[in-house]
Design a protein around this ligand. Structure first.
Ligand SMILES: C[S@@+](CC[C@H](N)C(=O)[O-])C[C@H]1O[C@@H](n2cnc3c(N)ncnc32)[C@H](O)[C@@H]1O
Length: 222
């Protein structure tokens, strides 16, 4: 059973027509730049090794790949057609020679890249995942974080745990659900799942996301 829409493969002609930009949520330039500026504000430097979980068609990846030293960007996504679209975006942006490492994987097996990461990111991923998938993601990412590294993940915030009613978020008007995609979670629920994965989480709150996603920073539990 598919847990979100991302099992859907785009056809080459749809990629040609830039349908991948809509499938990952649109706002291509704005959300790409937002995540890039956010990680820079958190100390990202060109020498860092970056992991982008649920990288999609490289909306943010294009900016990171341009900025990081060659070979330092690592993106993983369940949807092969989005990774294909990302490769086309790279060519169009003149970045094909920057050696990004891209993997298609639906079980967050980030150990396949080898080595550890100075920083990890998941923008608009947890918003599409049920809780048990988030736990799997955190367990896998935990295993590849360098000492002191953070895993930044955006989410839709619920005011309390087991918030069964739908929520309409402003700005943006996105409606989220307790048990359907797009999902909302309370900070307490995400602290709990972080603990299951041997991690702790800090709420960073708003980060100028145009659809009211909030930002979290996960780190290995001390
Ligand atoms: C809203 S898009 C965001 C993509 C990218 N982070 C960005 O900002 O453009 C969510 C992405 O998560 C990916 N995704 C969903 N479930 C996944 C899973 N189980 N493993 C890896 N990627 C997944 C989707 O294929 C999609 O590319």
């Amino acid at each position: 059973m598919e847990v979100n829409v991302y099992g859907r493969a785009l056809l080459p002609e749809q990629i040609e027509a830039l349908a991948h930009r809509d499938l990952v949520g649109g706002l291509w330039d704005e959300l790409g730049m937002l995540q890039f500026e956010f990680l820079k504000s958190r100390g990202l430097v060109p020498q860092h090794r970056l992991l982008d979980v649920g990288c999609g068609a490289l909306r943010g990846g294009l900016h990171f790949i341009r900025y990081l030293d060659p070979g330092r960007y690592h993106g993983l996504d369940v949807n092969a057609s989005l990774i294909d679209a990302g490769r086309r975006e790279l060519v169009a942006a003149g970045l094909a020679d920057r050696e990004p490492q891209l993997i298609v994987d639906g079980r967050f097996d980030v150990g396949r890249f080898g080595g550890t990461f100075d920083c990890a990111l998941a923008v608009s991923l947890f918003t599409h995942l049920p809780m048990n998938h988030i736990v799997r993601c955190l367990c896998e990412v935990r295993g590849v974080l360098a000492p002191g590294a953070r895993f930044y993940a955006s989410y839709f915030e619920a005011p309390d745990s087991a918030h069964l009613a739908s929520l309409t978020h402003a700005p943006g008007g996105i409606v989220t659900f307790y048990d359907a995609d797009p999902y909302h979670y309370s900070l307490r629920e995400l602290s709990f799942v972080a603990g299951l994965a041997g991690m702790q989480v800090e709420s960073l709150g708003e980060w100028n996301h145009p659809r009211d996603q909030r930002m979290l920073a996960f780190s290995v539990r001390e």
